[in-house]
Design a protein around this ligand. Structure first.
Ligand SMILES: [Zn+2]
Length: 127
């Protein structure tokens, strides 16, 4: 019919705003919002309220279905590298690199080239 998407909030139609009131006189109803773009929950919800309503109704089931975390995850030294740079950096002599890898655990810093910094596949983290 159209490219409009329905908000998946189970109670969306119960939030009685004017934009949800549709139909002709005598047969008006409050309806679930329908939009070309929904801005919450990966494009599934019209508002944070509707996203929270969904999670309150279905969150436990969803987590159990897709696998509840039973043990803490560990970020290790070998996988704790992230890329960083200084926003206001300026090097007229062009002798130093502004781009670096920093380890979140050891705080070690290793210089990167701009190419390495911009390469989304380049990482010091073990795979
Ligand atoms: Zn909604």
């Amino acid at each position: 019919m159209s490219n409009l998407k329905l908000c998946q909030g189970p109670s969306c139609h119960q939030y009685c705003t004017q934009d949800r009131l549709k139909g002709t006189k005598g047969s008006k109803t409050f309806q679930t919002r329908r939009r070309s773009n929904l801005n919450y929950g990966n494009g599934n919800f019209c508002s944070l309220n509707c996203q929270n309503d969904w999670f309150n109704d279905f969150g436990n089931k969803a987590i159990n279905h897709f696998g509840r975390l039973e043990e803490p995850k560990h970020l290790t030294e070998t996988n704790a590298w992230y890329k960083d740079y200084d926003y206001n950096w300026r090097d007229e002599n062009n002798q130093q690199s502004n781009w670096r890898a920093v380890n979140k655990i050891t705080k070690e810093r290793r210089p990167l080239t701009e190419e390495q910094y911009n390469d989304n596949n380049y990482t010091l983290n073990e795979r």
